[in-house]
Design a protein around this ligand. Structure first.
Ligand code: SAM
Length: 246
């Protein structure tokens, strides 16, 4: 059987491509790319001439069985997305599940990822953290989701597009509080990399005065005021708990 390699690609700085990622992409029979034209630029830069096939959210249903067939026939396949880790708010997970179901070998490579890279420089606690990816688009769903997340103690990590970021932070002010710490990690690994750190109120002030461009990760401090005592489960002694389930 061939091996399915999951290969991360740079999130803005080509030097972040790993030696192993280059050598795997050179060796495989086929590269399944989210956008073949985009990935071709990367392949040209590193003199990689392996053939590509498109694999994105709109064709993954048809493509998955085709790629599984190739793997079963002994061909190795590397899956890549436009940037960062495959499957992280990107295509890939369906193919991985199908390969596992077929008993095929899945080999992940470590590499660039916007969420973790932003998190380690945020200054907010990286343990525990809760990665959500993209928030719901509709205003009502956005507020409901954030209110739900207000119950969490973990540091929260989001992806967001530049034209929505202000609306999202404004909604966070309503769902969380003015004083909650937030970090905007902008253009990570790129020329205009910048970290905007402050309270939600302060960061909103910044958003109101800036022309908002580039890619962003939003990191928010967890809700430290959530009281464990309010959760009845935590007040039960183990004995009571055991008795109640017996
Ligand atoms: N698979 C990618 C990863 O592993 O990070 C994420 C892909 S997701 C479709 C794209 C989102 O990731 C962007 O909207 C932005 O929120 C975030 N992102 C990607 N590159 C970034 C960068 N260089 N700086 C900040 N955020 C970035």
């Amino acid at each position: 059987h061939g091996i399915l390699y999951l290969v991360p690609t740079p999130i803005g700085n080509l030097d972040d491509m790993t030696f192993r990622a280059v050598s795997i992409l050179k060796d495989v029979s086929l590269i399944a790319s989210e956008d073949t034209r985009n990935t071709q630029k990367l392949l040209n830069h590193f003199d990689i001439d392996s053939p590509q096939i498109s694999f994105h959210e709109h064709n993954s249903k048809e493509r998955t069985p085709q790629l599984i067939e190739k793997l079963k026939n002994g061909e190795s396949v590397a899956q890549v997305s436009d940037a960062g880790m495959p499957s992280i708010s990107d295509p890939g997970v369906d193919l991985v599940k199908a390969a596992i179901d077929e008993g095929l070998t899945v080999v992940p490579l470590p590499g660039p990822n916007a969420a973790l890279t932003a998190l380690i420089a945020s200054g907010l606690s990286p343990q525990p953290f809760y990665f959500l990816g993209f928030l719901p688009r509709k205003k009502k769903d956005l507020l409901a989701e954030l209110k739900e997340l207000n119950k969490r103690k973990e540091t929260l990590v989001f992806y967001e597009s530049p034209h929505r970021i202000k609306q999202v932070v404004e909604t966070m002010k309503v769902a969380f509080s003015d004083e909650r710490k937030v970090v905007l990690a902008r253009e990570v690994t790129k020329r205009f990399e910048e970290f905007i750190r402050g309270t939600i109120g302060e960061v909103l002030e910044w958003l109101n005065h800036e022309k908002i461009r580039g890619e962003f990760v939003i990191i928010v401090e967890g809700n430290e005021t959530i009281d464990d005592e309010e959760n009845p489960w935590n007040n039960w002694t183990l004995k009571e708990h055991v008795e109640s389930v017996m």
